[in-house]
Ligand binder design. Structure first.
Ligand SMILES: Cc1ncc(COP(=O)(O)O)c(C=O)c1O
Length: 393
């Protein structure tokens, strides 16, 4: 197994940062790439016309290879998930009674555009509700999604893992069922891609939309998206910018206005896609992730968390079976009547950083964490849950 990689980050030893799903820390090399990139604009004469494309293409190539896509031109640079989802929603025609399938309490950036699209076309949002918190929950949830895909389903818009508790959705099976009824499969990969394996070849989504600042270990306000050839062809971008049009490389001919877009996903790039400051940072983090590989991150986070999970279960907490959740992101459901505020206080006192999402305490480790971080986490839970038992007695 890979060793702890904390040396590559700046997180202090007394901080137990189990919150990568909120925001990942920069690798030192990413911070350095950012400083260099910022300084470069002090000397704008060193930035050439080619530079508007070179690094962006490099970034797309790295991401394409990372998610198993042959042609980097299927990748677009986006500023946020909401932007990527809005671009897709603007490109899919719907008619009355069509259905868009989402999962319960899905992240809002993968909801609002669908709601708008549904309202405009008198279509319907169908929600696959999360089953009761008990053994077999993840399996039941996956079955429910498959059952809800029917001849009216036009779009299945879901994540790979649920953002609040890491429930894993079987995208290969969901794709098969979506294919049977001719539905689009649109994936928000923000909480998985980077830390959990994703192969476009295997899953064949119509679009994969990812923010960069979580598991891709990049900066805020830059993300990456894959769009299938079919979606690119009929794609209707939400803005019209010069760089997305044919021949934009030729700066002398920009006012020879073009009707055609750049090939494939070219039309979906955000304006100012060349973002000179953020692009080198995301390149640096993707290079490191390419060396590590998500499989290794899963193996490592599984190993450092497994004893803690057993102990938390003994304390009466519910944690999904490992086949139906990520190892890098999982929810701890507390026994009834647990004093959540007390737990928050105890965690803060011991410098343990997690998130509270819905009814789950969301824990999201990475290669900078160790078993010791989890031991401190468990001791905090123990302190609060034992108090609860004493209070009941
Ligand atoms: C699943 C998921 N998607 C998207 C986002 C971020 O969305 P946006 O880039 O639109 O701010 C988050 C942030 O927490 C998230 O958890």
């Amino acid at each position: 197994m890979i060793s702890c990689q904390k040396d590559l980050f700046k997180i202090p030893d007394n901080i137990h940062y189990l919150n990568g799903a909120y925001m990942s820390p920069f690798l030192k090399i990413v911070e350095k790439a950012g400083h260099q990139a910022i300084s470069k604009k002090c000397f704008p004469y060193q930035i050439s016309g080619e530079d508007f494309f070179t690094n962006t293409n490099k970034l797309k190539q790295l991401f394409a290879s990372f998610i198993d896509v042959e042609d980097y031109r299927n990748i677009a640079v986006i500023p946020s998930v909401s932007y990527g989802i809005a671009s897709v929603a603007n490109s899919i025609p719907l008619t009355k009674d069509d259905q868009i399938l989402v999962v319960d309490e899905q992240f809002p950036s993968n909801i609002y555009s669908w709601q708008k699209l549904a309202t405009k076309n008198h279509a319907k949002i169908v929600v696959s509700k999360s089953p009761k918190i008990e053994e077999g929950r993840g399996e039941k949830w996956n079955l429910d999604i498959l059952q809800k895909i029917n001849n009216n389903t036009k779009i299945v818009a879901i994540p790979q893992v649920h953002w609040s508790d890491g429930t894993l959705f079987d995208l290969v099976e969901i794709r098969k069922k979506a294919n049977k009824v001719g539905a689009y499969l649109i994936i928000d990969g923000t909480q998985s891609v980077g830390a959990y394996p994703f192969s476009v070849k295997n899953i064949q989504p119509d679009a994969l939309i990812c923010a960069g600042y979580k598991w891709l270990l990049g900066p805020y306000s830059i993300g990456l998206a894959y769009f299938s050839d079919a979606l690119c062809e009929r794609g209707n971008p939400i803005e019209e910018n010069w760089i997305n049009r044919k021949n934009s490389e030729d700066f002398t001919g920009l006012v020879n206005y073009q009707d055609e877009y750049q090939p494939k996903s070219g039309r979906f790039n955000v304006g100012e896609m060349s973002n000179f400051h953020l692009t080198p940072m995301l390149i640096a983090s993707l290079k490191q992730l390419t060396k590590w590989r998500p499989e290794i991150i899963q193996e490592y986070t599984k190993e450092i968390s497994k004893e803690a999970i057993e102990k938390l279960q003994q304390l009466g907490c519910f944690i999904e079976d490992e086949n139906y959740r990520g190892n890098h992101l999982f929810g701890i459901y507390l026994p009834n009547n647990t004093n959540i505020n007390q737990l928050k206080t105890v965690l803060a006192k011991h410098n343990v950083f997690v998130s509270f999402r819905g009814n789950a305490v969301r824990v999201s480790p990475h290669l900078y964490n160790t078993k010791e971080d989890f031991e401190v986490l468990v001791s905090c839970f123990r302190e609060v849950l034992f108090k609860k038992i004493r209070n009941v007695q």
